[in-house]
Design a protein around this ligand. Structure first.
Ligand code: KG4
Ligand code: ZN
Length: 350
């Protein structure tokens, strides 16, 4: 099966073609960073309009790419949620329209399942079961993954997501959007001995996260100092270390609780080198195997949606014994789910 994957849940227009036998054929991404940068964050209406402008030519370029030697595509997968409603509607409407005109099934994919399965695109994918730490701009989740499609949320953020904390902290330090890479760049010149920031919610039991207190701590520290380049670097470093350490402590707890020996880290913050180094050190000391997608598949992309679509269509086909067709496939309703829990993946909110 050769499937087109479409990702438009936020500020990246992603598309990819994945083949169930040959793996990833081709993928492309159009970033909207320059568009949103002047506003210091994503402007939903601008995001939707830019997806409309970019998506069809992007898909066209993939289909016409010489590496795509198939005469036709067998299915279309698009991100159905969670995400920005206007942005989601662009991918859903174009994905369904293309599927209908080609006479193939369309399937709506949960964005976080896309992230969770993204390490499967790599050469040494994790075997099941595993623990997944999903750290994106909108969500921070610790998920026990018994098998593909079998997800139990063990912990999540009660306020800001990890990526959101990076973005807001960068903004208050006068750094660029998106904040994650900007904080990481500034932190590279920081002095680790100058500030020590709290590790929120680590001194009590439980696997939930909270990052808004850390953001406030960063703000009060910033207000007490003259923000020269060195001070910004020192604060960025203290913040980055605190986030990495907090995530490590929660992963360690969840691994002990579940007795899993494999840890998958995905989502935009998973591209953070300090987080990777912190988790790698912990993994090496505890005989845990660590799995990541390559950095470009940590952040939003079409490849993970195409992969998840392939998995979901195969599952639907196997479950019914019929050719794989999504329940919503050939209706004209553009059903997207801006809020949608990974645990309700089979029954999205109406
Ligand atoms: O997964 P993603 O691309 O989009 C969502 O699903 O939200 O994650 C985007 C988030 C942003 O908050 C961005 O600041 C963060 O991932 N991010 C990073 C890095 N690269 C992206 N955070 C820390 N370090 C990075 N290198
Ligand atoms: Zn994402």
């Amino acid at each position: 099966m050769r499937i087109l994957g479409i990702e438009t849940s936020c500020d990246d227009t992603g598309a990819a073609i994945y083949d169930s036998h040959q793996g990833l054929i081709v993928h492309r991404l159009a970033s909207q960073v320059d568009l949103h940068q002047p506003y210091g964050g994503v402007v939903p209406e601008l995001a939707a309009r830019d997806h409309i402008r970019v998506l069809l030519p992007l898909i066209d370029s993939l289909i016409k790419d010489p590496v795509n030697d198939a005469k036709k595509l067998d299915a279309v997968a698009y991100t159905a949620g969670p995400g920005l409603v206007g942005a989601l509607l662009v991918g859903a409407s174009l994905g369904k329209s293309l599927a209908q005109s080609w006479g193939v099934p369309a399937i709506g994919i949960h964005h976080m399942e896309g992230h969770l399965l993204s390490p499967m695109l790599e050469d040494s994918p994790p075997a099941f079961p595993f623990l997944a730490l999903l750290v994106s701009g909108g969500h921070t989740l610790l998920v026990d993954v018994e098998a593909a499609g079998n997800y139990k949320i063990l912990g999540q953020s009660v306020d800001d997501a990890a990526g959101e904390a990076f973005d807001k902290t960068a903004k208050l330090l006068g750094l660029d959007y998106p904040g994650g890479p900007a904080i990481a760049k500034a932190a590279a010149g920081g002095d680790a001995n100058r500030f020590t920031f709290p590790r929120p919610m680590t001194n009590r039991p439980g696997l939930d996260f909270s990052f808004s207190g850390l953001k406030t701590h960063t703000l009060t520290t910033a207000q007490k100092h003259h923000l020269d380049e060195q001070t910004i670097a020192d604060i960025a470093l203290a913040f980055e270390i605190a986030v990495a350490d907090t995530l490590k402590i929660k992963c360690s707890r969840a691994l002990s609780q579940t007795r899993r020996k494999r840890l998958v880290v995905a989502g935009g913050v998973g591209a953070n080198q300090r987080l990777r180094a912190t988790l790698q050190k912990f993994a090496d000391q505890n005989e845990v195997r660590l799995f990541y997608p390559r950095a470009e598949f940590c952040t939003d992309n079409g490849a993970m949606i195409a992969y998840a679509g392939c998995f979901r269509l195969a599952l639907a086909g196997l479950a019914t014994g019929e050719p794989a067709v999504n329940a919503h496939a050939n209706t004209c309703a553009f059903d997207v789910h801006p809020r949608w829990s990974l645990e309700d993946i089979e029954s999205p909110p109406g």
